[in-house]
Design a protein around this ligand. Structure first.
Ligand code: 13P
Length: 251
């Protein structure tokens, strides 16, 4: 059965001491009150080692927000999948819309990143989602399907089984404008159908599909109650322990 997951994406926020303090606070809160879902924090590269040392990996999972599309070598400033894995992280966000929009990530580079993440034992949290114009002109299903087909459908079924998907409509990210629970459910059901057509019902049923975009304690329960919404990828609300835990408790 697929897992329910709440994952934080801290983006480019917090210094190392601030991040360690936040991770510890979340870790303690989860020890005090056991979650009914897997909980993960995805943190800046600089934070990975310190956060790994500060948390209990059986309580709180750790991920990076990106990794390089090469294994090693002369790529100044890049951080490879083996480097991320060597910190103790088990997850890596790939293809976030901010990476696609501001850093020109394409399906081609993402295929390399996914392959390297998997080779190094990292589970990719692979992000997909349409921009506002595509929502409004009705092409959103096609856009999301293309992102999945181009980015992931080169994988065999076993490797695809290690992918966590995150549907993040770009118009809902950081805007306070959440997709309605019905919009999220419709898209998640569509995504699961796209997966079933390629890999069969069992793989599709076992794939966790998270929703991301202005998810907060006040709307998480309604979103997570939908049958095809298996949790959330949380930006702003992951930066305050109480808000993040409020979302975790929606399960
Ligand atoms: P917000 O929750 O801040 O809208 O961000 C969502 C997101 O981009 C998570 O990856």
């Amino acid at each position: 059965m697929r897992k329910n997951i709440v994952a934080g994406n801290w983006k480019m926020n917090t210094t190392v001491p601030e991040g360690v303090a936040l991770a510890k606070e979340v870790n303690e809160a989860l020890k005090a009150e056991k979650a009914n879902c897997d909980v993960i924090v995805c943190v800046p590269f600089t934070h990975l080692c310190s956060v790994a040392a500060a948390i209990d990996s059986s309580v709180l999972g750790l991920g990076a927000e990106n990794c390089a599309d090469h294994k090693s070598g002369a790529y100044t400033g890049e951080v490879s999948a083996p480097m991320v894995a060597s910190t103790g992280a088990k997850y890596v966000i790939l293809g976030h819309s901010e990476r696609r929009q501001y850093y020109g990530e394409t399906s081609e580079t993402l295929r390399e990143k996914v392959a390297l993440a998997l080779e190094n034992g990292l589970s990719p949290i692979f992000c997909i989602g349409e921009v506002l114009e595509e929502r409004e002109n009705g092409t959103f299903n096609d856009v999301v399907k293309t992102q999945i087909v181009e980015g992931l459908f080169n994988l065999n079924a076993e490797d695809f089984g290690k992918i966590i998907l995150a549907y993040e409509p770009v118009w809902a990210i950081g805007t306070g404008k959440t997709a309605t629970a019905e919009q999220a459910e419709d898209m998640h059901a569509f995504i699961r159908n796209v997966i079933a057509e390629k890999y069969g019902n069992e793989v599709a049923d076992n794939t966790s599909i998270l929703y991301g975009g202005s998810c907060k304690p006040s709307n998480a329960a309604e979103l997570f109650a939908k049958p095809n919404v298996d949790g959330g990828l949380i930006g702003g609300a992951a930066l305050k322990c109480a808000d993040f835990m409020g979302i975790v408790k929606a399960f």
